[in-house]
Design a protein around this ligand. Structure first.
Ligand code: UT7
Length: 364
């Protein structure tokens, strides 16, 4: 579904702050291989992942979200303590602190935001792009002049640590952006959107139990029902075709070509997926921002974390034209355009991997 947020809508949402944060504990492929039937070579060549950060005991999604949110507000030049620099806080996550209430109000309170509207958006790994569209809508309608959008996920809370197919992929993390009301033609303006879903494939990515469909009465749920399940191979194929189609729909809706894109910033699902999408779009792979090697798939956090890391490394510079594309459970997908604004470079969210070489296989 194309969603038009061009000059017919005013004001536009303009990005004015960014940050990423990951918990300090690093889990390497070798550490996983010590307890699972897997090895570093398989993980690296099939996914491009070398390590991931995992939340410590008692560390919840809101804890990660607060860290990223605070850094993003600081990057935007706002001191959250004792003031209300934003009118709304959106947390997009698949791993809320608990089923009820939403995670965003607690995050807002801990950031010292006493008056802001606060709610969660759920679109699994597409959450950040859906959240951007939601924030743009709040700003365009005049409901909010400034919005803090945080993508945060603690997949370690839903992935079975004994499931080798998923434990190797996912990491925990948070990324955040601050958006303000501005003009659609100024740097930072969040541009044309494409959002979509196909719920006929809801079974491809799922936590089967714990909601109203399959209730956890008496704590009798089977282990598999309580944990995250993904039919990886089928998801892989959908991810490549849906992300490429969404990226194309966004470009054509905005009257742009792939050559107009300086950096493609996709959801960090798997390096082979990212390269396949880039190849399909005719985009040189070096213009595809990838940090999946260092953090794994961090769900709703992955795009803002990739943005924060690339901006900190000066890979993304003011004036660069970005295409953001995500895909996730639901199925859901979405894309949007963004010209990078003048910002103080954010702090690097994590230590780099040196040398930068994923060793990933060519896509099949
Ligand atoms: O973020 C939301 C969207 N998510 C994604 O986009 C993820 C999409 N899927 C993927 O990234 C890939 O499908 C995976 C990384 C999950 C799996 O890679 P694959 O190349 O599709 O592997 P596969 O599922 O086809 O499995 C190939 C083989 C199987 O063995 P057999 O049946 O051929 O003997 C698996 O049992 O690899 C085996 N395998 C493993 N071997 C070693 C699966 N996981 C592992 C593992 N280590 N961790």
């Amino acid at each position: 579904m194309p969603v038009h947020t061009s000059s017919t809508f005013a004001p536009a949402a303009v990005l004015c702050g960014v940050a990423g944060w990951v918990p300090p504990r690093v889990v390497t492929n070798d550490e996983l291989a010590a307890r699972l039937d897997t090895d570093d070579t398989w993980i690296r060549t099939r996914t491009g992942i070398r390590r991931r950060h995992i939340a410590g005991p008692g560390q919840a999604t809101s804890d990660l979200a607060v860290e990223a949110g605070q850094l993003a507000l600081r990057n935007a030049g706002f001191d959250a303590v004792g003031t209300d620099p934003v009118d709304a806080v959106i947390v997009t996550t698949t791993t809320p602190d608990r089923p009820c209430p939403a995670t965003a109000p607690a995050v807002a309170a801990r950031l010292g935001l006493r008056q802001a509207a606060a709610f969660d958006v759920g679109a699994v790994c597409t959450g950040f792009v859906y959240g951007l569209a939601t924030a743009a809508g709040l700003i365009a309608s005049g409901v909010a002049a400034r919005v803090l959008l945080i993508g945060a996920d603690t997949y370690s809370s839903i992935v079975d640590p004994l499931d080798r197919a998923n434990a190797i992929i996912f990491g925990d993390g948070a990324g955040a952006v601050v958006l303000r009301a501005g003009d659609s033609d100024e740097p930072g303006a969040v541009g044309h959107f494409d959002l979509g879903s196909d719920g006929t494939h809801e079974d491809l990515i799922m936590v089967a139990a714990g909601g109203s469909r399959r209730r956890s009465e008496g704590g009798q749920l089977a282990r598999a029902e309580r944990h995250f399940a993904m039919r990886g191979n089928e998801v892989y194929r959908h991810a490549v075709t849906r992300m490429a189609a969404s990226a194309r729909a966004t470009l054509s809706g905005a009257g742009r070509k792939i050559d107009d894109v300086d950096h493609f910033v996709p959801h960090q699902a798997n390096l082979r997926i990212l390269h396949s999408v880039a190849d399909d779009l005719g985009l040189p792979r070096e213009r595809c921002v990838a940090n999946v090697d260092a953090v794994g798939n961090t769900g709703a956090a992955s795009i803002p974390l990739a943005l924060a890391d690339a901006a900190a490394r000066r890979v993304i510079r003011p004036g660069d034209r970005l295409l953001l594309t995500a895909f996730g459970g639901g199925l859901t997908w979405g894309s949007c355009l963004l010209t990078w604004p003048e910002l103080p470079p954010p702090t690097r969210p994590y230590d780099p991997i040196v040398p930068y070489d994923t060793g990933v296989d060519a896509p099949s």
